[in-house]
Design a protein around this ligand. Structure first.
Ligand code: SAH
Length: 268
């Protein structure tokens, strides 16, 4: 069996004895039924993989279930830390691929994020666009936390090490300004998905192989009402190529997943 993966608490990833997030400690004790000597990978979501050995576990019968799981578990490092460089770095797992689009409605976003992280999403920016629904313009903290938890589960599932960076909500012009000169650097590529664009996805993907390895890729998608004319012009002026994914109109989830999946499928 592959060594199971769990998330360490942020503050324990550096110096303190490693502690797991509550839900991960709970899983390790009560589902995996860890015993003294069980080894696991501790992740910090930022490239570190630490081999950890269980030195004390009280998860079975007789365990005091009123005590939090983490307090019934002690872990010690069982080897040197491994570090996987970030998306976009030389020797990293692949190009930095960031999606920017309005967050889909309600629970649709959870399943979508789960699949995007499995595909290797590096960054997500929640865009506020002219045709965005008003209710979707400022997701609550609870909504972001839920997406963060979904991302953690998908990261473990896909045996990856870097959690995506979430940003926004941002207006299109502010997002573009934040990218600044990165857009013009070698290995940078940017596309906006538009059913009316002349350039097919396949032709744009071929560009990614030209002029050295693709390092940073940005893909923007619109709300149900699509991008406005002015937004399309702004994207074009910023160096984004309009790209179509065929003649069918796709839901935003389908369009973005297809675009990210195609980029990763080609080995970027
Ligand atoms: N009513 C809009 C479509 C909105 S679909 C229109 O006719 O333009 C939501 C978003 O998904 C779009 O803004 C676009 O970014 C993406 N999308 C959906 N289908 C697509 C296709 N066939 N090609 C490219 N992008 C597509």
């Amino acid at each position: 069996m592959a060594t199971p993966r769990y998330f360490m608490l942020a503050d324990s990833a550096s110096s303190l004895p490693a502690r797991l997030r509550d839900e991960d400690a709970e899983h390790l004790l009560r589902v995996l039924r860890a015993e003294e000597g069980t080894t696991i990978w501790g992740l910090d979501g930022r490239g570190t993989k630490r081999l950890l050995r269980v030195t004390r576990a009280r998860g079975g019968r007789g365990a005091n279930s009123r005590l939090p799981a983490w307090s019934q578990l002690a872990l010690e490092p069982a080897g040197e830390d491994e570090f996987v460089p970030a998306w976009g770095e030389p020797n990293g797992p692949g190009a930095w691929v960031e999606l920017a689009c309005p967050l889909p409605k309600g629970s649709r976003a959870d399943d979508w994020m789960d699949r995007l992280v499995q595909h290797g999403l590096s960054g997500f920016t929640d865009l506020v666009l002219e045709h965005s629904e008003v209710a979707a313009r400022a997701p609550s903290n609870a909504r972001w936390s839920r997406l963060g938890r979904v991302a953690c589960e998908a990261l473990k599932q896909s045996r990856s090490t870097w959690l995506p960076r979430f940003s926004g909500p941002l207006e299109l012009a502010d997002w573009l300004a934040s990218l600044g000169s990165d857009l013009g650097k070698p290995g940078a590529h940017a596309a906006w998905l538009d059913p009316g664009a002349k350039l097919p996805m396949k032709a744009w993907l071929q560009r990614l192989d030209q002029g050295g390895p693709a390092r940073r890729i940005w893909i923007a998608a619109g709300p149900e009402g699509g991008f406005s004319k002015a937004e399309g012009q702004l994207l074009e002026a910023s160096g984004f190529a309009g790209v179509n994914l065929g003649t069918r109109i796709l839901r935003i989830e389908t369009a973005t997943e297809l675009a990210l999946g195609s980029v990763r499928l080609l080995g970027h």
